[in-house]
Design a protein around this ligand. Sequence first.
Ligand code: SF4
Ligand code: SF4
Length: 344
Amino acid sequence: MSARRRWKAAVRKVRELASIGRALVSTGHPYMAQIVPMRRCNLSCTYCNEYDDFSDPVPLDEMLRRIDHLGRLGTSVITISGGEPLLHPELDQIIARIRRTGAIAGMITNGYLLMPDRIQRLNRAGLDHMQISIDNVMPDAVSKKSLKVLDKKLQMLAEHAEFHVNINSVVGGGIANPDDARVVSERALGLGFSSTIGIIHDGGGQLKPLGDAERVVWDKVRNMTRRSYSRFNHFQEAIANGETNDWRCRAGGRYLYVCENGLVHYCSQQRGYPAVPLAEYTTADVKREFVTEKGCAPGCTISCVHQVSYIDHWRAPQSDSVTPGGSHKAGEPKTREQELVQIQ
Ligand code: SF4
Ligand code: SF4
């Protein structure tokens, strides 16, 4: 690793530790927000319910207003998702604006549009983290997020990226060959990236245990990537076993999902709650949602919200209860990489 990369990684780590320290001191600001600059995607994974093939990018000035408001709320980490964010023509300016608020800048992408000059532009914009989810080794009818297709992009990242890269592999969700997750994780680690594994549940909308073959791969990959999982083993393990979790979801408080229309939702799978325009979202909303119990929490498989909520697991019991009843109920198939993003 070059000295420049090492230096950037060290500075990033200090900023991350500072953000966690700030979160421990105060509960009145979001820790992480995911924001969608573009719903359109260049792929069409069959399990995904978070993309379309026609929508326009959110205009830059509107995106900048939204980023600034997240900054005013004190958001520590702002992650761009989609759709496919690399389709947004002014993505670099959006990332630079995130950094200007003082937040850590992340992005979740399918990686198809990465080229060396695009990676350099992301470096210059100040991107801190990138996550790519790779579903299989060979493309098939379910997903074309495949190692065979993306390996060249991974090599480009290994050569040019100054930001942290995490490769997420998955089991479940109609992925044909569970062992692909092991191959993907080995390749990611071999290129010097971090690697995580997530579960996509398929079938009738409830948590269900992994099958035998998936379980073997799950254990293998978790052993390979143990460091990334140490703190959240229990939550992940319960999901793998099809069991519920006892936890306090801080969505709407510590975690915000901002859709392309600029509305704040609990998470990608509970769109519609509270569905308040971001411009009108205040610290009072953050504080209210922080102590609001979510009825969908026990069967929830959304690990990024769980990880964010873990910061406050030891305090502030929740009282006011709400059971979101949007089109996607907790426990339904975890549909895409947004739910799998790991905080490193
Ligand atoms: S999972 Fe990602 S790459 Fe696949 S269709 Fe959805 S947004 Fe696009
Ligand atoms: S689905 Fe999960 S992350 Fe979303 S609001 Fe319910 S408990 Fe929270």
